[in-house]
Design a protein around this ligand. Structure first.
Ligand SMILES: NC(=O)c1ccc[n+]([C@@H]2O[C@H](COP(=O)([O-])OP(=O)(O)OC[C@H]3O[C@@H](n4cnc5c(N)ncnc54)[C@H](O)[C@@H]3O)[C@@H](O)[C@H]2O)c1
Ligand SMILES: [Zn+2]
Length: 351
């Protein structure tokens, strides 16, 4: 158990893994997959690591399974298969597997070692790095959890080959966010990409993770700086919740919702933090290159703004935002006048 982020990259790192595990002399090894990573990633993982003796634990895919019942089943299986304090769990999957697997590991017998091998873009650049583990509690996302770093996170873009395109776009939104909050050159490089595929993204993943790593190592418990990772997420989460409450309307993945949120919050940044209008326009057109527009009726906007009041980061009923003074220079805890919300949606929808 540790609070330092230990990241390794590429197939070589994967090939090294069995030697590191052997050196630690674990009593037994477990690999957690979901249905999709079992089909697409498990066999190559076993071939490349030769960890054929590890027990494979499986969970159903999808956010709706990031729940206590799934943990109970896994704790049960760990017990039945004789896991002890000296066992280790390898999480091979997207953010659901790394969040839930990390939590299962941290709580089983008061904590066993775990390793993250993220297989979705979102898990590579965001979920698997930074030590937040946990599960949803009923409809409330990430309500139960522990902050604990894995022994190691092994990032390898090979897994992206089988990841559906919408999931690639969802993870790409977090990469754009990392550019916007910390690295203007990186942001420019990303929005100039012509395709989003393994070849174009692979060389860019490491810089994105570097932003998250630096922020999280400075402020692991989100007392201050870590909040900048929430750029686009205040309105983005409200939009995400709105479409979860009304599933018949549209399904928006997390990244698609925060992509809208980042354009809306660019408008707020212009009005509350002095973001240059040209930069706000560049943010809007940058996102439009990759994300189809989402339309919102007035009624929908009102309901989304209402949902903002439930954001867990509110203080004393006021909505606080992370906004941009300029690209690469965020400001935390900005209070925004309510009347700007409607205008932000108008800005987003205008051609
Ligand atoms: N801990 C954190 O700091 C943090 C940060 C951001 C997000 N998250 C969490 O991450 C989760 C979202 O992560 P996600 O988008 O990876 O979701 P996910 O794990 O549900 O993966 C998305 C889909 O892709 C599939 N998949 C994953 N890898 C694949 C591959 N290589 N080939 C084919 N299919 C593959 C999965 O089975 C799933 O169906 C949410 O629960 C969110 O709360 C956590
Ligand atoms: Zn996010």
């Amino acid at each position: 158990m540790q609070n330092q982020i230990n990241l390794t990259f590429g197939k070589e790192a994967l090939a090294e893994l069995p030697h590191k595990l052997k050196a630690r002399a674990y009593s037994s090894l477990f690999i957690l997959v979901d249905e999709h990573t079992q089909s697409y990633c498990l066999e190559p993982f076993l071939n490349q690591t030769q960890l054929h003796d590890a027990h494979v634990l499986q969970m159903k895919a999808g956010e709706e399974n990031k729940q206590l019942q799934t943990c109970e089943k896994l704790w049960q299986q760990l017990s039945e298969l004789g896991a002890d304090r000296n066992s280790a769990l390898l999480n091979l999957g997207g953010g659901v597997v790394t969040d839930l697997g990390g939590f299962v590991a941290c709580t089983f017998k008061r904590g066993i070692d775990f390793y993250n091998i993220p297989t979705s873009l979102l898990a590579m650049v965001d979920a698997s790095v930074g030590g937040k583990t946990g599960i949803d509690f009923g409809p409330l996302k990430n309500q139960i959890g522990i902050i604990e770093e894995p022994q190691e996170v092994i990032i390898d873009s090979q897994w992206l080959q089988t990841l559906p395109e919408v999931e690639i776009r969802s993870g790409f939104a977090e990469m754009l966010k990392h550019g916007l909050i910390a690295n203007p050159d990186y942001w420019k490089e990303l929005i100039e990409l012509n395709t989003l595929d393994v070849n174009s993204l692979a060389p860019l993943i490491e810089s994105s993770i570097a932003v998250k790593k630096e922020v999280v190592e400075t402020d692991p418990k989100e007392r201050g700086l870590r909040k900048i990772l929430n750029y686009g997420h205040t309105l983005g989460h409200a939009i995400e919740s709105y479409f979860l409450i009304h599933p018949h309307k549209k399904r928006l993945l997390h990244g698609e919702a925060i992509a809208v949120g980042m354009v809306l919050e660019a408008f707020l940044s212009m009005h509350c933090c002095g973001l240059n209008p040209m930069d706000a326009a560049a943010i809007k057109s940058g996102f439009k290159r990759f994300y189809p527009p989402v339309s919102f009726s007035n009624e929908e906007i009102n309901e989304i703004v209402d949902l903002l009041r439930h954001d867990k980061k509110n203080k004393a009923g006021r909505v606080h935002f992370v906004l941009l003074k300029s690209i690469g220079d965020p400001q935390m805890d900005v209070e925004v006048p309510q009347e700007l919300f409607q205008k932000a949606f108008e800005y987003y929808s205008a051609p």
